[in-house]
Design a protein around this ligand. Structure first.
Ligand SMILES: [Zn+2]
Length: 103
């Protein structure tokens, strides 16, 4: 059985790994957290009035309205994270931010 120091050491390693994963996620973001939150709010409102059309239509609308310059990078990032259309951005991508805040 591992002694107390060993248990502490393992806990520390776990904490560091979690922190590292959090940082990597944070650094991979093509726009700020606040921008993402605004995007989620925007999509939430749009999709409460209208069905998702299986494209990133409202996402583009938001990105263009706010004059983001790296729309292609943002689109790729969203797709890499399971957001292939507006409703998926809400269901798959927003969840990642929630989980991340729990860590
Ligand atoms: Zn959809």
């Amino acid at each position: 059985m591992p002694d107390k120091n060993e248990i502490e050491r393992r806990k520390q390693i776990k904490r560091e790994l979690r922190e590292k994963a959090r940082l990597e996620f944070e650094q991979s973001l093509p726009i700020s957290r606040v921008d993402f939150q605004n995007l989620f709010d925007f999509l939430d409102e749009k999709l409460s009035n209208q069905e998702c059309d299986d494209y990133l239509t409202f996402t583009y609308e938001f990105l263009e309205k706010n004059e983001f310059k790296n729309i292609e990078e943002i689109e790729n990032w969203l797709k890499n994270n399971g957001g292939y259309c507006d409703c998926e951005v809400l269901y798959n991508v927003e969840e990642m931010f929630d989980q991340d805040s729990i860590l």
